[in-house]
Write a protein that binds this ligand. Structure first.
Ligand code: AMP
Length: 283
């Protein structure tokens, strides 16, 4: 399983990543953590990154891309990884696509944790207080001034990734304002759907160059098949039907259309679940 967690500082990416690590036996690759380690060890990369990080700016793309390129090849990443804090810019996302292609790896999902900016300062202040209470050193960039800059970087340079991955039919958005447990549950639902072929890769649309008005997109066909699979088991029992409906909840447009088609095909047996699948998928 290979995932990207997207969200502003304080959105809970780190917390959710740790839970996913335990649940799925994959590694969390946080470029922020790696850079902080490099700063502490005073490596050449650390020396380069130190002031930029302290000021709340972004370390150059080639530096972080280089770090990730090495890291995803390590043996502990063989089962999969969660990218936390990477990519942060469109060029980083493009470089990641290239990298994964070269290594014949694929991404399963990009999960955005959406939060109100208003609560972030509060959350980061709480994180700093908790760290202090544990007797650990507080991050230099967890101050209100630097956080404001980090949020501006997020808005200007990272938010465009939401469109990037949404265009690639990879994005699922989770309400990061919910309690931690609920966010985890929602992420699990999305991942279960990915595993069953309900979202992301199933609905990944082709690059604009490949898309043509004539030829129906291959991926749309795949999406139809996979979404149908997600809905088909619903024939068996009412309970399963509900689950299937949930599994297409976050499916992007093409998958949702496909789900609707599939639902029609099995209409008589589980009208209700088909309706709710369609309704959720439209959201
Ligand atoms: P984080 O722990 O993810 O909040 O990252 C802390 C700091 O490390 C950021 O404010 C940036 O200065 C730097 N950083 C982490 N990841 C990246 C990245 N992908 N691209 C550029 N800078 C990064």
């Amino acid at each position: 399983m290979r995932l990207i967690l997207l969200g502003p500082p304080g959105s809970g990416k780190g917390t959710q990543a740790q839970r996913l690590v335990q649940q799925h036996g994959i590694v969390q690759l946080s470029t922020g953590d790696m850079l902080r380690a490099a700063v502490a060890a005073q490596t050449p990369i650390g020396l380069k990154a130190k002031d930029i990080m302290a000021a709340g700016g972004l370390v150059p793309d080639e530096v972080v891309v280089g770090i990730i390129a090495d890291r995803i090849e390590q043996p502990d990443a063989v089962n999969g990884f969660i990218l936390d804090g990477f990519p942060r810019t469109v060029p980083q996302a493009e470089a990641l696509d290239e990298l994964l292609k070269k290594k014949r790896m694929t991404l399963d999902a990009v999960i955005e944790l959406r939060v109100n900016e208003g609560v972030l300062l509060e959350r980061v202040e709480r994180r700093a207080a908790e760290t202090r209470a544990r007797g650990e050193a507080v991050r230099q960039d967890d101050t209100p001034e630097v956080l404001t800059k980090r949020l501006a970087s997020y808005r200007d340079q990272t938010e465009p990734l939401i469109h990037y991955y949404s265009d690639h039919r990879m994005l699922a958005t989770v309400d990061g304002m919910m309690p931690i447990e609920q966010v985890t549950a929602e992420i699990s639902r999305i991942l279960a759907a990915v595993g069953k072929g309900g979202t992301s890769r199933a609905a990944k649309k082709p690059s604009p160059a490949k898309r043509s008005a004539k030829a129906p997109a291959k991926s749309a066909k795949k999406a139809t098949k996979k979404a149908a699979k997600a809905v088909a088991p619903a024939k068996k029992a009412g309970k399963t039907a509900k689950k299937a409906a949930k599994s297409v909840k976050k499916a992007p447009k093409k998958a949702s259309k496909a789900a609707a088609k599939a639902s029609k095909a099995t209409k008589g047996t589980r009208k209700t679940s088909a309706k709710s699948a369609k309704k959720h998928a439209k959201r």
